[in-house]
Write a protein that binds this ligand. Structure first.
Ligand SMILES: Cc1cc2nc3c(=O)[nH]c(=O)nc-3n(C[C@H](O)[C@H](O)[C@H](O)COP(=O)(O)OP(=O)(O)OC[C@H]3O[C@@H](n4cnc5c(N)ncnc54)[C@H](O)[C@@H]3O)c2cc1C
Length: 405
């Protein structure tokens, strides 16, 4: 079993694989790499806890409703990992808070919309593509099934097998059960290279780990780390906000699903404390790429936006109180141009440098399969040239995924 260290003083001189970044993407990568027998695998995390930057602030939802078949399959494979997580990490009974309460998308006419939702058409498309268990519902059917659905809803779709996990618990399980070593408070200053190939990494305290394989899984910082190693990465960061409102019992039922206003891109889900609300088109800045940030500052104007616009399609919104809110701020990393696929694979500019990032709003639900794919690439078992997730310079030729909010 691996070790967790709170300093980099005991860093080994050499490792077979060094993973930079202990978010969920880095941890799953390390877990599968170690499990596949790739030798000594080490995770270096800059902060003083794993999964504490973006991975700590997500809505923790998973859904199969994506447009690109490879994105659907990536989450399907990942949910399978969540389903048997305790066995996989060898910790019988280990609880990752897996709850399959479903995802409900709702749409109404006459209101603001950032694009036509076309819910019925989506469901038909999925039927023909191996995703037959998304139910189309009229507004009346949705109201009968879900008491919180407002009068303005005209169309909805629901998939019962989607749900939530506890990202912190998943991270703890990987660290506890994985056969890799994790060093927190161990910021990587640079990837060292010579003769066109990776030689190792250097931490900010000047310690070095020699290795042939470095995986950059630094979330919003991945692009800067890659650029400093002479390997430009076509990725962009955009600021995102979420809120947990603490509510009196009885207002939001724990059994309700994740709900997405498909016209606006606003979403919410029940939480033990009340409700998590997120919206990716709330304010002008959320579409503007920016530098990596830690911490990510909160914009109070966001709270007013969700307070007003969440009312559209729900019955209970006017009873919500917004005076006891916990901010969940982060950044989405997306491929640029954004084709709705993560970037997973070897970087062509530097031998031994691998990248695992750009999951946008999907890095919890797709990180298991993404980590496994990177491990297959490290082992030379997957075809890089044809992978829709490969590192690219200008364009990968993928059609955009229309289900990216
Ligand atoms: C509001 C919000 C809601 C979301 N909702 C969902 C959702 O419902 N479902 C879903 O699947 N996804 C969701 N996401 C997206 C998800 O959170 C991310 O895709 C995911 O957390 C990315 O994981 P990561 O490991 O790539 O990045 P991170 O969690 O950011 O991890 C990267 C790590 O690298 C470390 N690092 C950076 N630089 C260095 C360095 N130089 N040395 C060492 N370590 C370094 C960082 O400290 C960090 O811990 C949401 C995100 C937000 C912000």
């Amino acid at each position: 079993m691996g070790q967790l260290r709170f300093t980099d003083t005991d860093l080994p001189d050499t490792a077979d694989v060094v993973v930079v970044g202990g978010g969920l993407v880095g941890l799953f990568t390390a877990f599968f790499a170690a499990d596949a027998g790739l030798g000594r695998v080490v995770v270096l995390e800059r902060r003083d806890a794993v999964a504490s930057l973006t991975s700590a602030h997500s809505a923790e939802g998973f859904r199969l409703e994506w447009d690109a078949p490879e994105n659907v399959e990536m989450v399907r494979e990942s949910v399978d990992v969540f389903d048997r997580f305790a066995d996989l990490v060898g910790l019988p009974g280990f609880d990752i808070g897996l709850e399959k309460r479903g995802y409900l998308f709702v749409s109404g006419s006459g209101g603001p919309a950032y694009r036509p939702a076309l819910l019925r058409e989506r469901v038909e498309r999925w039927r023909g593509r191996g995703l037959p268990d998304v139910e189309y519902l009229t507004g009346d059917e949705a109201r009968r099934r879900f008491g919180f659905v407002g009068d303005a809803v005209e169309h909805a779709h629901f998939r019962a097998g989607d749900g939530f996990v506890d990202a912190g618990a998943v991270a703890r399980g990987l660290v506890l059960g994985g056969r890799f070593d994790t060093f927190v408070a161990a910021p990587v200053a640079a990837v060292e290279a010579a003769g066109g190939r990776v030689m190792g990494v250097r931490t900010t305290s000047g310690r070095r780990v020699a290795t042939d394989a470095v995986v950059l899984a630094g979330g919003p910082f991945t692009r800067d780390l890659a650029a400093a190693a002479g390997a430009p990465l076509p990725a962009e960061n955009r600021r995102r906000h979420g809120l947990i409102l603490h509510l009196p019992p009885g207002l939001v039922d724990r059994s309700w699903p994740m709900v997405v206003d498909a016209d606006l891109g606003l979403y919410w889900r029940p939480r033990p404390e009340g409700i998590f609300i997120g919206w990716e088109k709330a304010l002008a800045w959320d579409q503007v790429p920016g530098a990596a940030m830690d911490p990510v500052p909160a914009d109070l104007a966001y709270l007013e936006q969700v307070r007003v616009h969440g009312r559209r399609l729900t019955r209970f919104w006017h009873d919500l109180r917004f005076d006891d809110a916990v901010w969940h701020t982060g950044q989405y990393v997306a491929a640029a141009p954004n084709d709705g696929r993560p970037i997973i694979g070897p970087h062509p500019a530097l031998r031994g440098l691998y990248v695992n990032t750009a999951y946008e709003g999907r890095g919890i639900m797709a990180s298991p399969a993404g980590g496994r794919l990177l491990t297959r690439l490290l082992r030379g078992e997957a075809d890089v040239a044809t992978s829709p997730f490969r590192v690219f310079e200008r364009d990968r030729g993928n059609d955009p995924d229309r289900m990216v909010l």
